[in-house]
Design a protein around this ligand. Sequence first.
Ligand SMILES: NC(=O)CC[C@H](N)C(=O)O
Length: 201
Amino acid sequence: MEPVIGILALQGDVREHAAILERARARARPVRRPAELAEVDGLVLPGGESTTMSRLLETFELLEPLRERIAGGMPTYGSCAGMILLAREVLDGRPDQRQLDGLDVVVRRNAFGRQVDSFEAELDFAGIEGGPLHAVFIRAPWVEKAADGVEILAQTAVTGDETARIVAIRQGPVLATAFHPELTGDERVHRFFVRMVHRTT
Ligand SMILES: NC(=O)CC[C@H](N)C(=O)O
């Protein structure tokens, strides 16, 4: 059976995720209401603007139901702004930014922006085969600190700062990438997530 995977559809690149999830053998559903959230086996939090998205989560009365489902073990994948929302703590965030507490990490918002706003890189991604992944970063965060138990799946450095920064992680059923795999037509990250959803259904 193909799992039903929701995409939080308050803002951001929802359609791109839906298309790639369907190719990765899942049934994609937009999620805007608590009743829709209750029906999915897993959820994607797309890229966009994390501060706007956190405000919309409150307006649409999704913040608490979403926190509860994540705490209850629902497989969740956050890309870029989604990674920021899932983190326990955000550096350079806005004061009213709300967190979903799905990942025991500290992320820095717009972190690469001090060097370059957007860039692309080839990444080795632990658990994904078939060669390096072409990754697109747009005003991306990085993971500044990760607790024990958080698996580091990919890292990258940028010109002008040779420090390898953490850009993909997993903690139990929660996956996050600082980049946008939905924009490159490579469905391997979504397949990786669909496999995570299968393991819990
Ligand atoms: N492409 C993205 O999702 C950018 C994230 C954005 N900089 C934020 O703070 O939410």
